[in-house]
Write a protein that binds this ligand. Structure first.
Ligand SMILES: [Zn+2]
Length: 274
């Protein structure tokens, strides 16, 4: 073979090698771009899938409320409710305290952390029991602290608060309701774990915010509603209104007073009606 021909073959080989290398590099770049793209695509897909599932959840939630197809939840009657309004301007009738005694039942010992006040209205018993058990099953130490309080209990608490405020009954009433105007006299609400602002920073409060409506309870005195409720923000005080009612009230962003007013719901307090 002539030296010239040998050189030509070598040059050709070098050229082919270079071309192969260049192709390999280009192919490598293309592969990595495609794989990044598909990763991004997956991410996008996951995000949109999540958004879609949230949207359909909200949709089904709305549908269930408007069409009243949600009849039971957590084994409880979702349609049953009680929108009785008791506050400073809507006191309970005089006979309520004596009449309600026969409708109270004892909350199970392992579901409460108070042996002094232990009772709840019998209609609310299955709801509060299911709720506290569900929280405890989720590893959250939710306990009923103060459910039903008698007129006399409330009177004693109110007098104590008046003494603390130097005799200012009006100021005292924003913290402790006057006897006959406290929801605790109704037996359809409860304080949980403690009657203290510290409750807001507990896992129990977080759990309640996420789940209480599924058992018919609402945060009765929200932070921004003191002018409507007449009561300071109480993270620990939850009121039974019924499951579908609780969902509708939470969705509306209104407190109970506003919700009843906007929907023209007039609730007569009738001891025999629940
Ligand atoms: Zn309370």
């Amino acid at each position: 073979m002539s030296k010239r021909r040998e050189m030509a073959i070598k040059r050709r080989r070098r050229f082919i090698l270079t071309v192969v290398l260049v192709f390999a590099v280009i192919a490598g770049i293309i592969m990595s771009v495609v794989s990044c793209g598909s990763k991004g695509k997956n991410k996008e897909f996951n995000v949109s899938a999540k958004a879609e599932s949230t949207a359909s959840f909200n949709e089904s939630k709305t549908e269930s409320l408007t069409e009243s197809t949600l009849k039971t939840l957590n084994g409880l009657d979702a349609e049953y409710g009680n929108l009785m309004l008791v506050n400073g301007s809507n006191p309970l009738p005089d006979n309520y305290d004596s009449e309600i005694r026969s409708s109270l039942v004892e909350i199970d010992k392992d579901l409460r952390n108070n042996d002094y006040v232990t009772k709840i209205h019998k209609t609310v018993y299955p709801y509060i029991t299911a709720m506290v058990k569900a929280a405890q099953n989720d590893g959250v130490e939710l306990k009923v602290w103060s459910p039903f309080r008698s007129y006399a209990d409330q009177e004693a608490l109110f007098k104590k608060q008046v003494a603390r405020t130097g005799g200012d009954e009006k100021l005292a009433a924003t913290v402790v309701a006057r006897p006959g105007t406290s929801e605790h006299n109704t037996g359809i609400c409860a304080d949980f774990n403690m009657a203290d602002d510290a409750f807001e920073n507990t896992p129990m409060y977080t759990w309640m915010c996420e789940n209480a409506e599924n058992y018919g309870f609402i945060l009765r005195y929200p932070k921004s509603k003191q002018d409507k409720t007449g009561v300071i923000y109480e993270s620990w005080h939850w009121r039974f209104v019924g499951i579908n009612n609780a969902k509708a009230i939470n969705k509306s962003g209104l407190c109970l007073e506003e919700y009843l007013e906007q929907n023209n719901i007039e609730q007569e307090i009738d001891i025999n009606n629940f």
